[in-house]
Write a protein that binds this ligand. Structure first.
Ligand SMILES: [Zn+2]
Length: 236
C-alpha cells in the first residue's frame, strides 16, 4: 500500500486528514500522512490520530512499511484500532519534530565543517551525531561549534531539488554518507541544497532556513572505532 508523503512537499504540516487503508498488529496505514517514518538516521514521528468521536489514538512511533512509500503508524499494544475506510485527523508532536528538523539540518551544515567521509549518523529530539572516517586529532569541539554556528548565521534558505539516478551516478562526490546510500530505482533522487554550503541526497525533513537552527554546540567527540569518530551535537 502506498502512502502519499505530505511531509515531502511541506515539512511544516502539523495537522492533516487522512483515510485508513490498512490495519494490522504492526500499525495503521493511511492514504496520506504527515508522520515521518524512521529513516536516514532520523527518528520516526510521534503524535495522535483523532477519530470523529474525539477519541485519540496515540502514535508511539512511525516506521516504513514493506513497500516503498508505505508508512506504518505504530500504536501501543491493546489500542482500539480504527476501521479501514475511517477518516482521521492527524496531529504530529510538533515540538519534537521541529527539534528533529533543526538538528537534522544542523548535521548537513556540520558535515561541511568536518570534511571527511560520513560513516554513520543519528538524529534524536535532544541530540544528533555524525560519525566520520577521520583522524581524531583533526576533530576539535570548539572549532566545530564555532565554524558550524558561523555558517548557520548566514541564514540561507534551504531548497529541495530532484535529480535522476543517472545524474547522481555521474556525480558520486555528492554522496558523503558511506553507510546510507540514497534510495535508487524510483528514477529520481531527492537532494537538499543549502546554497553556498551543502548539496547532498537526503529524504529527511529540514528547516526552511538554516537560521531556524539557532546555534549548536558539540556535546562530545569520541572514537567508536577506526572509521567511526563520533561528533555529537545539541541545540543551544
Ligand atoms: Zn537531510
Amino acid at each position: 500500500m502506498t502512502t502519499e508523503l505530505l511531509f515531502r512537499k511541506d515539512a511544516y504540516l502539523k495537522t492533516a486528514t487522512a483515510r485508513v487503508v490498512a490495519v494490522s498488529e504492526r500499525g495503521i496505514e493511511l492514504d496520506r500522512t504527515i508522520f515521518y517514518p524512521q529513516g536516514g538516521g532520523q527518528m520516526g514521528d510521534t503524535g495522535a490520530l483523532v477519530r470523529d468521536s474525539g477519541e485519540r489514538i496515540a502514535v508511539a512511533d512511525t516506521r516504513k512499511g514493506e513497500s516503498p512509500d508505505s508508512v506504518l503508524h505504530v500504536v501501543a499494544a491493546g489500542t482500539a484500532m480504527p476501521a479501514v475506510g475511517e477518516n482521521l485527523a492527524l496531529e504530529i508532536d510538533w515540538a519534537r519534530r521541529y527539534a528533529l528538523m533543526r538538528l537534522h539540518t544542523a548535521l548537513h551544515v556540520m558535515s561541511c565543517v568536518v570534511v571527511a567521509p560520513v560513516t554513520g549518523g543519528n538524529i534524536a529530539p535532544d541530540k544528533a551525531r555524525l560519525d566520520f572516517d577521520i583522524d581524531m586529532s583533526l576533530l576539535d569541539a570548539e572549532r566545530i561549534t564555532r565554524e558550524t554556528n558561523a555558517l548557520i548565521e548566514r541564514s540561507v534558505a534551504t531548497e529541495t531539488v530532484w535529480i535522476t539516478d543517472d545524474e547522481l551516478d555521474a556525480r558520486p562526490e555528492l554522496v558523503k554518507t558511506m553507510s546510507v546510500q540514497p534510495p535508487r530505482g524510483s528514477g529520481r533522487v531527492r537532494l537538499l541544497r543549502i546554497p553556498g554550503i551543502d548539496l547532498q541526497p537526503c529524504g529527511g525533513t529540514h528547516v526552511a532556513n538554516i537560521g531556524e537552527i539557532g546555534a549548536i554546540r558539540v556535546l562530545r567527540i569520541r572514537s567508536e572505532g577506526r572509521r567511526n569518530r563520533r561528533v555529537e551535537i545539541a541545540l543551544v
